[in-house]
Design a protein around this ligand. Structure first.
Ligand code: SF4
Length: 445
């Protein structure tokens, strides 16, 4: 560790960042208290919204000064990060960073930069956003720390393999790729073995070298416990959304899920979701819904359209439609039961990281959706056909038809993109949504 860099990190984060972000949170909370929502179809936001902003911003703020203080790794969202956390790595998730750029609507400028350098518009818009940010140095996070290590896991898509090889070439640092075989039905013992070996024999030694220390079993156990606790709380929060009216919309969940993705494995993340659970439970007990008049409830499939969240939330709420759950936000909660603290840690991680929804067959997703419709008392499904995320969107046409024909569940496809505004048509979206509303019998508000 570089002592001067540590002093700078300590001063900047503790004496400047922390008090500043805390003050911003208090201001945010006071603002929320004053929102009556009189003219809005939505009830006032949860108080935790201001805390979420503080929590996520403080992570990125620390990142600005972390180089030379802790080893840094850039990882894919489905990477087995518990090993890295236990070795003291500071983690950056380029996918989350791209989502942040989309939600703040600064992504198109970055996408243009990447495309000017030759990236095709057919490449996932997260990749284009992040490569544009790397090349231009522009980011709403202020500055992203340069990594010492890259870790990509194939459990979400093959795109990340090309993306991280590009990063490796550009940054000239080690890259570890964890290959997870596709799970068609149940996870097979040989699949667990294959992933476990890669974690033990490939990721661990390379990560230990980059961190300059050896992994301690007790640290790994502790990190897995924090991951499990946070994931369980997230699952409990989402399950509360089965109540009528639902205390959250999916648009809230897309924002509140940031810590479960980029800060799982930390004690503070468990505290964060504990606080959120209490507030959400209070809303349920008090009968306060996220929207004022919840007439219909839908399921969302796939990633959000980050740059259209607010507009969509309002458009739906005006018609009395809530989306209380999605396959995307629920996918993180589903991993909780797999984190068995009594089993070998590497075995647990192998099972968990073989299980993400994108590493399983389309039939599994169809079954998950049909089950969710029942459990969450839903009236229909919006399948976001995301031009960027081919693995998530693959099979959606069949899934939609099966939902309608086999399960008698109304379903519609909505063609868009999570970050690329050029692949989004406002006019088409409005027409499609309006006709779906009509089918649900809510055309007149
Ligand atoms: S293709 Fe999908 S899973 Fe892969 S990086 Fe893009 S959004 Fe993520």
């Amino acid at each position: 560790m570089n002592v001067l860099k540590f002093i700078r990190y300590y001063l900047m984060t503790n004496l400047i960042g922390k008090p500043y972000l805390k003050r911003q949170r208090k201001i945010g909370e006071r603002k929320i208290e004053k929102i009556t929502g009189e003219n809005s179809p939505l009830n006032p936001p949860l108080k935790i919204t201001a805390y979420t902003k503080e929590f996520v911003s403080s992570h990125y703020f620390k990142g600005r000064y972390i180089e030379g203080v802790k080893p840094v790794a850039w990882v894919t969202s489905g990477a087995p990060i518990e090993i890295l956390k236990a070795l003291g790595f500071f983690l950056i998730y380029p996918e989350n960073h791209a989502a942040l750029c989309g939600a703040r609507r600064v992504q198109m400028d970055l996408i243009k930069t990447a495309q000017k350098q030759g990236l095709s518009q057919n490449v996932c818009s997260y990749v284009r956003t992040d490569i544009g940010s790397l090349l231009s140095g522009k980011t709403p996070a202020g500055k992203l720390p340069k990594p010492d290590l890259l870790v990509a896991c194939s459990n979400i898509c093959q795109t990340v393999l090309h993306w991280y090889r590009m990063l490796q070439e550009y940054l000239n640092i080690p890259l570890v790729i964890i290959d997870t075989p596709f799970v068609y039905r149940d996870i097979e013992p040989h699949q667990v073995d294959y992933v476990k070996k890669q974690l033990k024999n490939v990721l661990l030694p390379i990560a230990e070298r980059a961190a300059g220390k050896s992994l301690k079993e007790k640290d790994l156990k502790e990190v897995i416990k924090f991951s499990k606790d946070a994931t369980e709380l997230w699952l409990e929060i989402l399950n509360l959304c089965a109540k009528r009216p639902s205390p959250l919309t999916v648009f809230d969940q897309f924002v509140f899920m940031a810590p479960i993705v980029e800060m799982r494995g930390d004690r503070e993340t468990v505290d964060f979701y504990n606080t959120m659970y209490k507030e959400v439970k209070f809303r349920v007990n008090s009968g306060i819904g996220a929207i004022k008049k919840e007439k219909r409830r839908l399921l969302w499939d796939n990633l959000p359209i980050w740059f259209k969240m607010r507009e969509l939330a309002l458009k739906l709420a005006e018609k009395g439609i809530n989306i209380p759950i999605s396959t995307y936000t629920y996918a993180w909660g589903e991993l909780a039961p797999l984190m068995d603290l009594n089993k070998d840690e590497f075995e647990v991680m192998a099972r968990v990281y073989l299980s993400p929804i994108l590493n399983r067959g389309a039939g599994h997703k169809l079954k998950t959706m049909a089950d969710m419709v029942k459990r969450f008392n839903l009236d229909g499904v919006i399948l976001h056909s995301d031009r960027s995320c081919k693995p998530y969107s693959m099979g959606q046409m069949d899934q939609r038809n099966k939902l309608i024909e086999e399960f008698s569940i109304p379903a519609m496809l909505l063609e868009a993109d999570q970050n690329d505004e050029n692949a989004y048509s406002e006019e088409q979206t409005v027409i499609r949504i309006e006709s779906f509303f009509e089918m649900l019998g809510v055309s007149n508000g």
